[in-house]
Design a binder for this molecule. Structure first.
Ligand SMILES: Nc1nc2c(ncn2[C@@H]2O[C@H](COP(=O)(O)OP(=O)(O)OP(=O)(O)O)[C@@H](O)[C@H]2O)c(=O)[nH]1
Ligand SMILES: [Mg+2]
Length: 215
């Protein structure tokens, strides 16, 4: 299938993955886009992205999912990473408390660079590692509630809730988009992006852009 613009798609949504290094962002993406998991995955350098077409409420949506390095020194320019993003999965590792404690830092960045109406889901990944859990589910859920975020625990390894978390995000984006267009509140540029006329993929400011998969 075409790797950039698919005429059969009704919408194109850009979404991003953020969170500390090693929490499993790249594996969540490869599980969702290609049904692949790697125990020996290397830290991401720069930015990568993948596509997947999803049917939501009778509409075909092309999700363009961006993945970046959790490590500061490998990250590409932040503003271009967030530009045009309509949703984010903010991921922490349930077996690493520090990755959970850093969620507030990621939220600050998200609020600085992301759009106001972004759909954000807080994701506690590696739920298969129950023996070494350091963050209780209720803790993550409670924090998400206080910050007005959705919440889900996932396992990229065991393929638990991966499909669900992406679908929940895309569905919410779709509902918001539809509501907006009904209210006539969308500006012209945004409508162009959604209808696929303008696709922000290879921004000049992004240093390393590699396509991981297209379905
Ligand atoms: N047990 C378990 N291990 C996982 C899971 N998801 C990812 N991992 C492992 O965690 C390690 C880091 O995963 P990555 O997906 O590379 O993490 P990342 O967040 O992309 O890291 P950066 O690219 O450095 O930001 C790898 O060894 C993965 O195999 C999971 O759900 N369960
Ligand atoms: Mg990665």
């Amino acid at each position: 299938m075409d790797d950039t613009y698919d005429e059969d798609c009704d919408y194109l949504f850009k979404v991003v993955l953020i969170g500390d290094s090693g929490v499993g962002k790249s594996n969540l993406l490869s599980r969702f886009a290609k049904d692949e998991f790697r125990l020996d995955s290397k830290p991401t350098i720069g930015v990568e992205f993948a596509y997947r077409n999803i049917k939501v409420r009778d509409k075909l949506i092309k999700a363009q999912i961006w993945d970046t390095a959790g490590q500061e020194r490998f990250r590409a320019i932040t503003s271009s990473y967030y530009r045009g993003a309509m949703g984010a999965l903010l991921v922490y590792d349930i077996t690493r408390k520090s990755s959970y404690e850093n969620v507030s830092k990621w939220l600050l960045e998200l609020r600085e660079f992301g759009g106001q109406d972004m759909v954000v889901i807080l994701v506690g990944n590696k739920s298969d590692l129950v023996q070494t859990r350091e963050v209780e589910k209720e803790e993550g859920k409670g924090y998400a509630e206080t910050e007005g975020l959705c919440f889900m625990e996932t396992s990229a390894l065991k393929n638990l809730n991966v499909e669900e978390v992406f679908l929940q995000m895309i569905t919410k984006i779709y509902d918001i988009t539809r509501q907006r267009s009904l209210e006539g509140k969308m500006d012209e540029k945004q409508i162009n992006v959604l209808s696929g006329n303008e696709i922000h993929i290879c921004d000049d400011e992004v240093t390393t852009t590699k396509q991981a998969n297209c379905c």
